[in-house]
Design a protein around this ligand. Structure first.
Ligand code: CMX
Length: 138
């Protein structure tokens, strides 16, 4: 079951610059900066009620974020939905015909297991499904 929007990911060119900008916008600091080497990104997170904003800067040229910015410029990159059982949701969405970009859920930023749906099967919006990593899903 999909529970809520967990975060919105925004592709940025310069994480330090955008951390300052979003600090002014939200009137609060980001609560963490975290590199995700496997994705070629450095991330920061702002908490807004129950939802987070994730800023993503590319750390290498082959990163999905570098390609996205080159093609579309800075902006909303993905919407992440929290699920209660990530393996079950993966099977459900596969059986509904969505193109799943990962064989299995993988480790993502902010202590999450994640997978993605291709934007061509979701009306042009890159969708991330995520679940907090804990003993039940490790
Ligand atoms: N949102 C919407 N559309 C997107 C997109 C995005 N974030 N990224 C790419 N696209 C579009 C491309 O512009 C292209 O559009 P056209 O066909 O109209 O030209 C289309 O999707 C298909 O692109 P593709 O050639 O199949 O694939 P790309 O090499 O552009 O890769 C994608 C796109 C989504 C498959 C790839 O970026 C991916 O696997 N993403 C998942 C992983 C990821 O995004 N990691 C970074 C974030 C990690 C984190 O959150 O921690």
């Amino acid at each position: 079951m999909i529970k809520k929007i967990e975060h919105i990911g925004i592709a940025v060119k310069n994480l330090n610059h955008s951390n300052d900008l979003f600090k002014k916008l939200f009137g609060k600091e980001h609560y963490k900066v975290e590199p995700v080497e496997s994705e070629g990104v450095s991330t920061s997170f702002f908490m807004l009620g129950e939802t987070k904003i994730e800023l993503l800067e590319a750390t290498n040229e082959s990163s999905a974020i570098a390609k996205f910015i080159e093609k579309k410029g800075e902006g909303i990159h993905h919407i992440a939905y929290e699920v209660d059982d990530i393996y079950k949701e993966m099977e459900r969405l596969r059986s509904e015909g969505f193109e799943i970009l990962n064989k299995e859920p993988k480790n993502g930023a902010d202590n999450k297991l994640i997978f993605f749906l291709h934007p061509k099967t979701t009306n042009g919006v890159l969708v991330e499904l995520c679940q907090e990593r804990n003993e039940e899903v490790l």
